[in-house]
Design a protein around this ligand. Structure first.
Ligand code: ATP
Length: 270
């Protein structure tokens, strides 16, 4: 089960340059995660504990996973991902053991970045979730807290968690020594959207008339993930039309399609 429950990547290929519009968040992540990994010895000499865990929170598809992968890449650390929702849905009865395995694996492979996606699935307030009253989910969370409380002995392991539902979290996981560094990762603003569109059209054959800033102006409220699929969809419209060059009209068509797809009755995927 361990193999399926965790995604292990010895050298993730995401870099900070691949991430659009999150300059402040990149800076914070570097300070809280990268510095302690690179200068572990210095932290030891000065005698301070680096922030234990970093919690990234914000809407889906804004680059939280990318940030965690980019840190691992930059520090030559192993990237180990576990999805909270899978622990609850797929690996019933095994949660606590898998959390223990997760930290053991990280210790074997250090330096390592542990990324726990959708942490709300195992760390929701009792009142807010049907599953959190579940004794098994509680046990999984207790195991995570105890692993984190014994963290300083563990050497070069940093832990990053992510959630789309910050308000649902049990405050116990935010105490000092646990996820005590919070970083909000919002939907991109105009400049962020322009940059994200640049990144995702870099390999595309765009008509000279395409103004990415104009497309950014029309896409307020879209996430990075949605902008990435917008670019792909625009390319599909060009292909349908037997063209190799993508026009701004293709982006407009793609936008219409994406907005049709998201409007009315769509439920965010957990
Ligand atoms: P979730 O909360 O749904 O897990 P997330 O915040 O972890 O989402 P990512 O998995 O990092 O989002 O992003 C999904 C994809 O969307 C990326 O692989 C990338 O193609 C695109 N993307 C999202 N945000 C950005 C960004 N800021 N810059 C460039 N691409 C982005």
């Amino acid at each position: 089960a361990r193999a399926q429950a965790m995604e292990v990547d010895g050298s993730p290929d995401v870099t900070y340059d691949d991430i659009g519009g999150l300059e402040a968040q990149i800076r914070e992540v570097r300070e809280a995660v990268e510095e302690p990994l690179i200068n572990a010895e210095q932290f030891r000499e000065v005698g301070i504990e680096p922030p234990s865990g970093v919690l990234l929170h914000g809407p889906p598809g804004t680059g939280k996973t990318m940030l965690a992968k980019a840190v691992a890449n930059e520090t030559d650390a192993t990237f180990i991902k576990m999805a909270g929702s899978e622990l609850v849905r797929k690996f019933i009865g095994e949660g606590a053991r898998l959390v223990r395995d997760l930290f053991e694996l990280a210790a074997d492979r250090e330096p390592a970045v542990i990324f726990i996606d959708e942490i709300d699935a195992i760390a929701a307030k009792r009142t807010e979730s049907k599953t959190s009253g579940d004794a098994e989910v509680q046990r999984t969370m207790m195991q995570l807290l105890s692993e984190m409380d014994g963290f300083d002995e563990r050497g070069e392991i940093r832990i990053i968690a992510a959630t789309n539902r910050f308000d649902m979290l049990d405050r116990a996981i935010l105490r000092p020594g646990r996820f005590d560094r919070l970083i909000e990762v919002p939907n991109p603003d105009f400049d962020g959207r322009t940059r994200i569109l640049e990144i995702h059209t870099e390999q595309m054959e765009l008509a000279d008339t395409v103004e990415l800033s104009s497309i950014a102006g029309k896409t307020d409220g879209l996430s990075g993930a949605e902008l990435a699929s917008l670019a792909t969809e625009a390319g599909m419209f060009a292909i349908r039309d037997q063209r190799t060059t993508v026009t701004e009209a293709d982006f407009d068509d793609a936008l219409e399609k994406i907005e049709d797809g998201t409007e009315g009755g769509s439920v965010p995927v957990a």
